[in-house]
Design a protein. Structure first.
Length: 136
């Protein structure tokens, strides 16, 4: 009986490990997640700051953020390092918008730490800093 229970436990453990390995999210999935999060942040922080008496401008802001979402995801991925531990991954992103348009030099920088496991993403650290343009 103990051998059967041990075998069942071993099979369940092996199945759990295999499931984690199979569902470890890819960098592309992380890019999509990050693009959605960044778009939501931009909508919340920038579009929501527009005066309520300018509804057309607010709508255009929302549309622009949605249109830029793929570029934001790509930008995020270019500034991300992935540590793949087979069962899970750790993503570390140092996001700088310094070269992102005319406002880039006045935008903050961000550091994100995200755990990816079982098809999900859990951002557990976000730090904000200030961009300092390079003198050249």
């Amino acid at each position: 009986m103990a051998k059967v229970l041990g075998l069942l436990f071993g099979l369940a453990l092996a199945g759990g490990v295999a499931a984690l390995a199979i569902t470890n999210p890819t960098p592309e999935a992380y890019g999509a997640y990050a693009g959605e999060q960044l778009a939501a942040y931009a909508t919340r922080e920038y579009c929501a700051q527009l005066p309520a008496f300018l509804p057309t401008l607010i709508e255009e802001c929302h549309a622009l953020v949605q249109e830029l979402q793929p570029e934001l995801a790509e930008l995020f991925l270019r500034q991300t390092r992935r540590q793949n531990f087979i069962l899970f991954s750790l993503y570390s992103t140092d996001l700088s918008l310094l070269n992102f348009g005319p406002l880039g030099s006045s935008l903050p920088t961000y550091h994100f730490q995200t755990l990816a496991v079982a098809g999900q993403f859990y951002t557990y650290e976000i730090r904000e800093g200030q961009t300092t343009p390079k003198k050249g």
